[in-house]
Ligand binder design. Sequence first.
Ligand SMILES: Cc1cc2nc3c(=O)[nH]c(=O)nc-3n(C[C@H](O)[C@H](O)[C@H](O)COP(=O)(O)OP(=O)(O)OC[C@H]3O[C@@H](n4cnc5c(N)ncnc54)[C@H](O)[C@@H]3O)c2cc1C
Length: 458
Amino acid sequence: MSTEANGTAPAAGTNGHASEEQVQIIIVGAGFAGLACAIESKLKGHHVIVLEKFPELKVLGDIISFGANAGRIFMRWGLHDKFWPVCTHLRQFHLHTWKGDLIDNTVLKPRADGIYHYNGHRGELHKILIEHAIEMGIDLRFGQQVTEYWETDDAAGVVVNGERLTADVVVGADGVRSKAREKVLGYFDKPRPSGYAIYRAWFTAAGSGIEEDPLANYLVKDGDAFYGWIGKDVHFLCSSSKDGKEVSWVITHKDEADIEESWQFPGKMEDVLKIVEDWDPRCAAILSKAPSCVDWKLVYRDPLPTWLSRKARIALIGDAAHPFLPTSAQGASQAIEDAVTIAVNLKLAGKKDAQLALRAFETMRYKRVRDVQVTGEVNRDKWHNADEEAVKKDPDSVKIFNEEWIMEHDAERWAFEHYPEVAERIKQDGYKLPELEDGDKAKERVVQAREEYLARAM
Ligand SMILES: Cc1cc2nc3c(=O)[nH]c(=O)nc-3n(C[C@H](O)[C@H](O)[C@H](O)COP(=O)(O)OP(=O)(O)OC[C@H]3O[C@@H](n4cnc5c(N)ncnc54)[C@H](O)[C@@H]3O)c2cc1C
């Protein structure tokens, strides 16, 4: 990787330098997307530098979910034994109406193929991934805020702390408030309020009063548990982890405030409790045990017309390209799929066809990501608009499925199998920007896939 101001070719060889043949990648952001891209790229033989603006690792956030589609990648990297002990071991999901009537007890069985879902504290899982990347010898640089992106026909790079870095490609994995997105789009993509916000908390059970309260202690007294309540425009989910020692909850509710999204914005407990004033008293009993909470405003971004810069040497992945609603439980997993796809495509394309690799990445991922995004809306609407009488008759109507078209996907295998054909198509027919379809069409596809799944499951 060159750090020359004139972007000259890098020195070949070892000792952290790229060889002539290696694809050189600069990855901006060490969230799950950036780290996954770095790990898979290193495994595929590329030369990687990761630039992260945080000066050091901080254990931030609360509950995060990875489906089997990401789980199989983590397992392939040998991370299961590190991930699993800190994850929530869910056996059943108890779903209720806001009044407290039980809708369903869904048994959450391990998958027959032995692939795991991982639900746990975002900061703890992130720390494991950071440590793994460092152990692999990945060049991970903290305190590096990228301020500029650039590209030419032959190279791309960034300016960071006044230094100009050069590579073959740059991956913008810089999250929802991406600077790379501005470079790709050529304009600032202003988010819109979604009309919803989420209060979220994660706390230690001991000392919180939850173990002593009969309206709440079922969540922690017999290992890990998972409960939910749904009402008009609100849903409340809570679970315990580490054998009932830690508790987390999220409550999604209407909120029209036009405020910036932030994972650190503090919420007021009296506002949280107001939402469940007339709900099943078990809800307030659990919510009130949190010493504090975060008020996370959910914002919408329209699907981007493209994730690639003009010369196709800069690509957006993860939240920078496509933020998800939490009700899809797929934002982080789709970031992992993106990351793996880029690494495989670049391996198959090689340095000289790096632009083709990124074009194929966008072509291969765009429609799938849109469909998965839409599941977040479908799931939320299903819960927030549930008709109580209809739900009693048909509890399946509010069940949320681990849909097989999402979970069965093996991004690595898929990229190996499909890159050659997609690349050939692009070479023959020319590169086409992904087709933007209206949200309703994507919704129709998702609903139809779900109906087909249900029909097969009967
Ligand atoms: C602090 C924090 C807490 C979160 N907590 C949760 C949670 O509790 N539950 C949940 O489901 N999701 C949470 N998320 C979001 C979740 O991590 C993502 O939705 C998902 O994992 C996709 O990750 P990503 O890597 O695309 O984005 P992110 O996880 O947002 O990572 C982007 C990274 O890029 C870095 N970055 C941004 N701009 C620059 C720049 N100019 N130069 C260098 N680095 C830059 C950021 O510091 C960040 O580390 C959180 C994200 C953050 C940043």
